[in-house]
Design a protein around this ligand. Structure first.
Ligand code: HEM
Length: 264
């Protein structure tokens, strides 16, 4: 008898879910469990799921977990929001207590700190990265060995396959994003670089195609995209310090592979 009741309850729950499911392709925020069912069903295809969320929600989506978990995320791939959080209102957004806990094994280095301690680390590292000798070395190595198309192909690979798929920020004070979303210290804002690289409204209808040409201007030069649109290296005062160096490294490695292997 007990089995019958359990089975009836499960079937009723499934029917209930199907009937009251959101028709706009977005997850339903169920009482108690929030959007957890949609997350669980899509765990095996999480990045594609986030792309769909972003497409169906006009680039911003508020994802809520079960009431007892404090899971409260604003997913955004909206360039105006990214510019707002990472540059214009930089001082108001930090990594936040939850992310600091995850990054704790890294100690109090540049990746894991905010405000004055981060500023100190950044200034020390910047004096090395900005040293004229280091800069000349990079420019020499890069431009003597490679052509524009090579650089464009790497940008295109990073757009479609960003090594850091997402990044988090938390506001220290309540704020309103350019999209109109209200945020407060209880929310984590997720910038999803993987989904952002695959948005038609940002990169055009051919956004899923590998097309290095999109990075080359009519004059045959590299077309620079603002970092809040091509956000693979983050944006604003905390933009990746190794951005230039990593392009040099990737070009050297690619040149060596092309020279030594027959690529089919
Ligand atoms: C393709 C390779 C790389 C990608 C996609 C990448 C991406 C990023 C991203 C997204 C951030 C922001 C992280 C955050 O806000 O928490 C970052 C920060 C940083 N990256 Fe990279 N990175 C790459 C390679 C490198 C390399 C090779 C170096 C050093 C030689 C480097 C040095 C740094 C540093 C020092 C920061 C911290 C900046 C700060 O917090 O002020 N990165 N990187």
């Amino acid at each position: 008898m007990a089995y019958m009741i359990i089975i009836t309850l499960i079937i009723s729950f499934v029917f209930f879910c199907c009937f009251f499911r959101n028709k706009n392709g977005l997850p339903t925020n169920w009482p108690l469990v929030g959007m957890l069912p949609a997350l669980l069903i899509n765990t095996h295809r999480i990045n594609d799921f986030i792309i769909e969320l972003m497409q169906n929600s006009d680039l911003n989506f508020h994802l809520k977990g079960p009431w007892f978990t404090n899971m409260n995320f604003l997913f955004t791939v909206d360039p105006t929001n990214i510019n707002h959080v990472l540059s214009k209102k930089f001082e108001n957004y930090v990594k936040g207590a939850k992310l600091n806990e995850i990054l704790e094994p890294l100690g109090e280095g540049m990746f894991n700190t905010d405000s004055s301690l981060w500023r100190y680390h950044r200034n020390v590292a910047q004096s090395f990265f900005n040293h004229p000798k280091f800069h000349h070395f990079l420019v020499d190595v890069t431009w003597k060995k490679v052509k524009v198309y090579f650089h464009a192909a790497l940008c295109e690979a990073l757009r479609l396959y960003p090594p850091i798929a997402s990044n988090l920020k938390t506001p220290t004070e309540p704020d309103i994003l350019p999209s109109g979303h209200r945020v407060n210290p209880n929310i984590q804002i997720v910038f999803h670089a993987y989904a952002m690289g695959r948005m038609k409204s940002i990169w055009g209808d051919d956004c899923n195609e590998f097309k290095p040409e999109r990075w080359i201007s009519e004059q045959g030069m590299i077309k620079h995209e603002p970092s809040y649109k091509f956000s693979v290296f983050s944006s604003g005062p905390r933009i990746c310090m190794g951005k230039q160096m990593v392009f040099t490294q990737m070009k050297i490695i690619a040149a060596i592979i092309i020279q030594n292997y027959h690529i089919i």
